[in-house]
Write a protein that binds this ligand. Structure first.
Ligand code: PRX
Length: 631
């Protein structure tokens, strides 16, 4: 059963109901799922703790809502279509029936290896169907998965393993990405030298490259599934049991483990998927994200599969073997809904329209955008050349913490405006706050974006540190969840996201804390101090600009810059490598020792004429020196 909204007046009607009677509203949506036991109460909450519970005391297994639920109705429908990195390699299709059996088989493997309800399992895998199978098998046996993007370094992986005390790691021998073959197992081996909790590693064979298998710890995926039964009785879980932990960057310290729980996340992922993309039974849907990010969790795996959709999973990159790859895949599988990031659109835009010419793209009905603000130029290019002006664009705003899309047009229903995420989904009560903590009502206002009522897909805590969750999201404004984003509500009441107002930067749609990059830079033995800011970048949205004070020893600046880049790659991964590094004699600090980042941002973006008030600086001369040495 679908709870799809079909008209604009239907949207306003549902929105109204979701605000005036939120519990009745979400109970109705939740009723269409399979629960082993119904809830006693729809919602229990306060934002002071915070303490939020949805579908209190309900019992379920989310995978029964993906697998058993679809087995006898749409068992032969493709659930996952996998397109490999190399277009000459055969793809794979798993029907809902196939997926059921594969997940059951792997659930039996997890049980055989001693995984119990509540254990944490790290998934560090390329984009292959087994990654999705692994997630679902964890959910089926009641284990908590934590997917780590396979581009993260061994140090970043070890940090995450240690933080959640993972018992098992699921990985692959290697990973194909474009023309490259990336060692994956070797990274896991290195990470495990810095951890003590992992007892088992299961390795999916993808590239066939040589790997070292540690006796008593490592086993091959294909060997461990051999002989396992392809049925499995799903574990009964509480609605508020953890489903997964996903690490994401904040403005301070190490990445935090955002915790999502089962019942609410399930209801929100499916509801938002069906409504935003206007999915109809039989449609082929493709989201190009990696499962290492929340977009992959909610809109490759959980949302589409809960809805019984066909979800494409692509292993490769947009420009391999050429810049027409996305469009070749759209035509090959007759994709109806296509969901990608502005950074990919801008990268393809740079290749012109020629790579599109060989493809019809006639199957497309809806285009989506996610992860960062989409600039108007990219929006128009996407709309004109990919969507042939026929396909509505859904600019979807949300976060790892929100679990699902919160602000977005409903495709073909909500009139769109370039660069606007438009209107909140039903159940989402937004508030725009001024710097004094007052809510700005009415239209034509700008401020910080908050949410003032719980929604089922929201985070419940940050793993192992509830206080940090409270401080990060619920302390800035009383009784409100603070998103960290700035927003404008225009004269029509439409929302436009203006970007982060904290020290989080968004590079190619990847979220990074400036402090996190600084800490990595500071690991270089000759670095004395560093400060990192974002600056506008044509393709990536934001680039990383690092100001570094170094003990030069007998190095050249060029040597040092390249060594520092290598250090960051080693500590975090290539995605955090600074685009620009400027070696500076000092940083602009106030007398109390605080770095004036405003000045550093201005220099990085090249607005050099007005530095604002620099009278509180300890050493104003440093600013001149920084401007003179700008890279
Ligand atoms: O700044 C917003 C930006 O991405 C941040 C969340 O990043 P992450 O947790 O990695 O999740 C990305 C995928 C949901 C937000 O705080 N962001 C995300 N979507 C948009 C966006 N900014 C503008 N427009 C969007 N559509």
């Amino acid at each position: 059963m679908s709870d799809r909204i079909h008209t604009l007046s239907g949207y306003f009607h549902e929105y109204q109901k979701s605000v005036s009677q939120p519990e009745e509203f979400w109970a109705r949506i939740a009723d269409s799922f399979h629960w082993k036991k119904r809830w006693d109460k729809v919602l229990d909450w306060n934002f002071e703790g915070p303490d939020v519970k949805w579908f209190v005391n309900a019992k379920l297994n989310i995978t029964e809502n993906i697998l058993e639920r679809h087995l006898f109705t749409i068992g032969d429908r493709p659930a996952i279509i996998w397109e490999p990195n190399d277009p000459n390699e055969a793809g794979r299709t798993l029907t809902y029936r196939d997926l059921y059996h594969e997940v059951c088989r792997f659930s039996n493997v997890l049980k055989a290896k001693g995984i119990q309800k509540g254990d944490k399992v790290i998934i560090y895998m390329p984009m292959v169907p087994e990654a999705a199978i692994a997630m679902l098998a964890c959910a089926r046996v009641g284990a908590i998965h934590s997917v780590v993007f396979a581009g993260f370094s061994s140090t970043a992986l070890a940090d995450r393993i240690n933080d959640c005390e993972a018992k098992m790691v699921l990985t692959s021998d290697g990973n194909f990405r474009g023309a490259k073959k990336i060692p994956v197992k070797a990274v896991v081996d290195e990470a495990l030298e810095k951890t003590t909790t992992v007892k088992e590693v299961i390795v999916y064979q993808r590239t066939g490259q040589d790997v070292q298998m540690v006796a008593g710890r490592d086993s091959w995926w294909h060997e461990s599934v051999e002989g396992q039964s392809d049925t499995h009785q799903a574990e009964e879980m509480d609605s508020e049991d953890m489903l997964f932990i996903l690490y994401t960057s904040g403005s301070t310290g190490k990445p935090k483990g955002v915790v999502h729980t089962i019942g609410g996340y399930m209801v929100y992922a499916k509801y938002s998927f069906e409504n935003v993309f206007q999915y109809s039974p039989g449609d082929v849907y493709w989201c190009t994200a990696d499962i290492g990010w929340i977009t992959g969790h909610s809109y490759i795996v959980y949302g589409p599969l809960l809805a019984g959709a066909t979800s494409i999973m692509f292993e490769g990159v947009p420009t391999f073997p050429d810049a027409g790859r996305f469009w070749a895949i759209v035509d090959k599988y007759q994709v109806n809904q296509f969901y990608t990031a502005p950074t990919a659109i801008r990268a393809l835009q740079a290749h012109g329209t020629e790579p599109l010419e060989a493809y019809s793209l006639d199957s497309l009905k809806v285009l989506g955008s996610v992860g960062e603000p989409i600039n108007e130029e990219a929006w128009h290019w996407y709309h004109t050349h990919v969507g042939k002006t026929r396909c509505p664009i859904v600019d979807t705003w949300w976060q790892t913490e929100t679990g699902g899309i919160l602000v977005s047009p409903l495709a073909g229903i909500t009139p769109t405006k370039p660069a606007y995420a438009t209107l909140p989904l039903p159940g989402i009560q937004l508030a725009i706050m001024d710097p004094e903590g007052k809510e700005l009502t009415g239209n034509s206002v700008e401020g910080n974006l908050c949410i003032k009522f719980p929604w089922p897909g929201m985070l419940r805590t940050t793993y192992g540190d509830h206080e940090r969750c409270q401080q990060t999201y619920f302390a800035a404004y009383k009784n409100k969840y603070f998103t960290g984003d700035g927003v404008k509500r225009d004269h029509d009441g439409y929302y436009r996201i203006l970007g982060r107002v904290d020290d989080v930067i968004n590079v190619s749609g990847h979220r990074m804390g400036t402090a996190e990059v600084e800490n990595a830079i500071n690991e270089h033995p000759l670095v004395i101090e560093s400060a990192v800011v974002g600056y506008p970048h044509e393709v990536k949205g934001q680039g990383i600009y690092a100001y570094v004070i170094c003990d030069m020893k007998n190095r050249t600046a060029e040597n040092l810059v390249s060594e520092i880049k290598d250090t960051v790659t080693k500590i975090i991964g290539p995605i955090a490598k600074p685009d620009k590094i400027q070696i500076v004699p000092g940083l602009p600090k106030t007398r109390s020792g605080k770095i004036m980042r405003r000045i550093l941002r201005k220099v990085a973006e090249g607005s050099l004429d007005n530095m604002g008030d620099t009278s509180t600086l300890l050493d104003p001369e440093v600013v001149e020196q920084i401007i003179a040495g700008r890279v």
